[in-house]
Design a binder for this molecule. Structure first.
Ligand code: CP
Ligand code: NVA
Length: 309
């Protein structure tokens, strides 16, 4: 059966753990896993900008012995008049998986609906699940566990990172708190899914407005840009309501003494996070960026193994 990774809860808790374990193995022996040798072609398509995702997928697929076909989606017929479903049917005849960064999640779902090979979400407006696999790997490396860890995300609660941390964190049995201004709280359906998942894993999810209360007792602080790609001209004030949510030294001092700070990057230094925090002792952002490579290699390997079962 073809498995896709369109949102974080597409993996069960056991499956998520298996992917993270494989990611640790791949990190420990970076060139020792040739799971795509054949070689298998994998399409990696971008309709938005990218540094980490683009480079880590291309390098990772090559390290697995596969052949990455990296395409600017705006140069495809998809950008003209071909439907997503027709594109998907054609790609399925060439490649063993499709990795796609696009806008609405509905587009991702449409790609998966017509695909006979795994489709991987490399970021949509609603979710960024590959990033959260890397985040979970980083947290487990630093803190030694995921279940029971309290993670506080501060910023735009409606964006892809907030949603993916809710679903991915709940799947891992974490206590996920989102501190967001009025009007920027998470989508209700996604919140309900995260609550449901948390009830199965012993985790929890909570939405808070006060940053001090949100970080008290937290083991992990996470933030992201206040203006995601595609929101630049949406007419919202994306600064004033967010200022009190900035991760700075004072806020970090209110969390657990060994708390770590994550950011998917790119960071807007001096806005959602200060230089001293990003470059300081608590920051795990460079390991987090590196882990994109390992986590995605593990995910692709795992998805293609499911094809054979
Ligand atoms: N974090 C992340 O996805 O970075 P890029 O946009 O550079 O790929
Ligand atoms: N929320 C950000 C994440 C970038 C990796 C965006 O969508 O632009």
């Amino acid at each position: 059966m073809t498995r896709h990774f369109l949102r974080d809860d597409d993996l069960t808790p056991d499956e998520q753990r298996a992917v993270l374990d494989l990611s640790d193995e791949m990190k420990a022996d970076r060139f020792g896993h040739r799971s795509l040798a054949g070689p298998k072609g994998i399409a990696v398509i971008f309709e938005k900008n990218s540094t980490r995702t683009r480079v880590s997928f291309e390098v990772g697929i090559a390290e697995l012995g596969g052949h990455p076909v990296v395409v600017d989606g705006r140069m495809m017929q998809l950008g003209r008049e071909e439907t997503i479903e027709d594109t998907s049917r054609v790609l399925s005849r060439y490649v063993h998986a499709v990795v796609w960064r696009t806008f609405a999640q509905q587009r991702m779902n449409a790609m998966a609906s017509a695909s006979s090979v795994p489709v991987v979400n490399a970021l949509t407006d609603e979710f960024h699940p590959c990033q959260v696999l890397a985040d979970l790997q980083t947290i487990r490396e630093r803190l030694g566990r995921l279940a029971g860890v309290t993670l506080t995300y501060l910023g735009d609660g409606k964006n892809n990172m907030a949603h993916s941390l809710l679903l991915g964190g709940a799947t891992a049995g974490m206590h996920v708190r989102v501190a967001a201004p009025d009007g920027f709280v998470p989508d209700q359906e996604i919140l309900a899914s995260a609550k449901q998942r948390a009830s199965d894993t012993g985790g929890s999810v909570a939405i808070l407005a006060d940053p001090d209360a949100a970080v008290e007792g937290a083991n992990v602080l996470v933030t992201d840009t206040w203006t995601s790609m595609g929101q630049e001209n949406d007419g919202m004030d994306r600064v004033t309501p967010f200022r009190k949510l900035q991760i700075n030294a004072d806020l970090v001092s209110r969390a657990e003494s060994d708390a770590i700070v994550l950011h998917c990057l790119p960071a807007h230094r001096g806005w959602e996070v200060t230089d001293d925090v990003l470059d300081g002792q608590a920051s795990a952002v460079w390991d987090e960026a590196e882990n994109r490579l390992h986590a995605q290699k593990a995910l692709l390997t795992w998805l293609l193994e499911q094809e054979r079962q």
